[in-house]
Design a protein around this ligand. Structure first.
Ligand code: SF4
Length: 402
C-alpha cells in the first residue's frame, strides 16, 4: 500500500507578522467555525460519500502523516481541531497506518495546557512551536504577537501535556541581529532539548511590510551594516553564512543531526511529513489554498475564502483545481531538487526504480561538472558537499533539463 501525507491548512492568525506572505489573516470566531464546517465538507466530499465530483484518483493509500499547519491552527476555538481530526478519521477514504505522525503547528500565546491536552487526547503526537526568536526586541520588530516568556510558558505546557516530539522554529538573519544574538537564541532553544529544530533564514518576500522596508535581495546587500533611522539593518551575507555554519556545528555537539538543509533532529525524530515532500511521496491538502500531489498530478485549492466556503464539498470540481500534470522531465528535475535538500541525498537505485534509467544516463555531464567544482559528492549516494549547500540555488538550477 502506498503512503500518503495529509495537510490541513488553517489560514487564521491573531494578526499578520511583518515578514509573512503565507495565506493567513485574522478572522472572527464565527468565520473560523464556518471554515471548520467547510473543511469537514471538503474532507467528506473527497471521501466520495456526499459528492460525485472526486478529483483525486482512487488508489490504495495508507496515511502515515497528518500535518495541521497555517496560519496558526492553535487560534481555532476549543474543540474545532478535534472535530477536523475526527472527520479525517471517519470520512477520509484513505486508510490510516497504525501510528501516523500527527503534527499541529502552534504559536506561543494562542494555546494553554488545556488545549494541548485536548489535542493529545484527539491523537496529536507532535507539536511544532513557531517562536522564531527568544529576544523581545526581535519578536516585536518581526510583528510577532508573543513575548519570549510566552514561548517558554508554551514550551513548558507542551511538555506537561505529555508531548515528547516537539519542534521549535527559529529564524536567522533577522534585522538588527548579530551572530552572537542569533547564537543566543539557538542556545536557549536547544537548552530545552526539543526533539527537532527548524532554523531558516529570514527571506524578504514581495508584498510584505518588510519588502517595503528592505526591497528584496538587492537592498538586503545595500542595507547591510548601515543604520537607517528606525529601520534595522539586515545582516550581511557573510554574517548569514556564519549563522548557518555555526547552527550545524553547535547543534551537532548537542546531539542533533542535520537531515535537511534547514532541519535538525534528535535520532529518529525527523519530521515524517516533511520528509515525504522531499522524497516526492504523494500528499493531499485540505483547506484554503492547500496543494496536493497524487500520481504526479498537482492540485491546488481555491484561495478565496468566500468561494471556498461556498464550494467545499459540492458536486463537480469542488474546491480543487488541477494545475499541473508533471512530465517525465519535470519529475526527474523535482526528484533531484528535492532529494538533494536531504543530507542523505539521492540513491542511484531510487532514481532507477522511479524512472527506469540510470541517473548518470540523464545527468552524467552535470554530475561530473558539479563534482569537479566540489559541489557534489557521488560516492555511494549523490549528495551536496558543505560548499554545495552554501550555493544550493546554483546547484539546483544545473539540474534543469532542456
Ligand atoms: S504567525 Fe506565521 S502564518 Fe501567522 S502571520 Fe505570523 S508568520 Fe504568518
Amino acid at each position: 500500500m502506498r503512503k500518503l501525507g495529509i495537510y490541513v491548512h488553517i489560514p487564521f492568525c491573531v494578526r499578520k507578522c511583518r515578514y509573512c506572505d503565507f495565506l493567513s489573516f485574522p478572522a472572527a470566531e464565527e468565520t473560523q467555525w464556518a471554515y471548520v464546517r467547510a473543511l469537514q465538507r471538503e474532507i467528506e466530499g473527497e471521501a466520495g460519500q456526499k459528492t460525485t465530483g472526486k478529483t483525486l484518483p482512487d488508489t490504495d493509500f495508507s496515511v502515515d502523516s497528518v500535518f495541521i499547519g497555517g496560519g496558526t491552527p492553535s487560534v481555532l476555538p476549543e474543540g474545532a481541531l478535534e472535530e477536523i481530526l475526527d472527520s479525517l478519521r471517519k470520512c477520509c477514504r484513505f486508510s490510516v497506518c497504525p501510528e501516523p505522525e500527527i503534527t499541529v503547528e502552534v504559536n506561543p500565546g494562542t494555546v494553554d495546557r488545556r488545549k494541548l491536552e485536548s489535542y493529545r487526547k484527539a491523537g496529536v503526537n507532535r507539536i511544532s512551536i513557531g517562536t522564531q526568536s527568544v529576544h523581545g526586541e526581535e519578536l516585536a520588530y518581526l510583528g510577532r504577537v508573543h513575548s519570549a516568556a510566552d514561548f517558554f510558558r508554551t514550551y513548558g505546557e507542551t511538555v506537561e501535556a505529555g508531548f515528547t516530539n516537539i519542534n521549535v522554529d527559529i529564524m536567522a538573519a533577522l534585522p538588527g541581529q548579530s551572530v552572537a544574538d542569533y547564537m543566543d537564541n539557538l542556545s536557549q532553544v536547544a537548552g530545552l532539548c526539543p526533539a527537532h529544530i527548524s532554523a531558516y533564514s529570514l527571506i524578504i518576500e514581495e508584498g510584505t511590510p518588510f519588502y517595503d522596508l528592505y526591497g528584496g535581495e538587492r537592498c538586503r546587500q545595500e542595507s547591510s551594516g548601515t543604520e537607517n533611522g528606525r529601520i534595522l539593518p539586515l545582516p550581511s551575507e557573510d554574517e548569514e553564512r556564519e549563522m548557518y555554519e555555526r547552527t550545524d556545528s553547535f547543534l551537532r555537539e548537542k546531539g542533533y543531526h542535520r537531515y535537511e538543509i534547514s532541519n535538525y533532529a534528535m535520532p529518529g525524530r525527523e519530521c515524517r511529513h516533511n520528509k515525504g515532500y522531499w522524497t516526492r511521496q504523494d500528499y493531499v491538502g485540505f483547506g484554503l489554498g492547500a496543494a496536493s500531489m497524487v500520481d504526479n498530478v498537482r492540485w491546488k485549492n481555491l484561495t478565496g475564502m468566500d468561494d471556498y466556503l461556498r464550494l467545499a464539498g459540492t458536486e463537480g470540481a469542488g474546491v480543487k483545481r488541477e494545475i499541473q500534470r508533471l512530465s517525465r522531465r519535470e519529475q526527474m528535475e523535482e526528484f533531484l531538487f528535492l532529494g538533494l535538500r536531504l543530507t542523505e541525498g539521492i540513491g542511484r537505485g531510487e532514481f532507477r526504480q522511479a524512472f527506469g534509467v540510470d541517473v548518470e544516463e540523464v545527468y552524467g555531464t552535470v554530475l561530473g561538472k558539479l563534482c569537479a567544482q566540489g559541489l557534489l559528492e557521488t560516492d555511494g549516494r549523490i549528495r551536496l558537499t558543505d560548499y554545495g549547500r552554501d550555493v544550493s540555488n546554483y546547484v539546483m538550477a544545473e539540474f534543469l533539463l532542456e
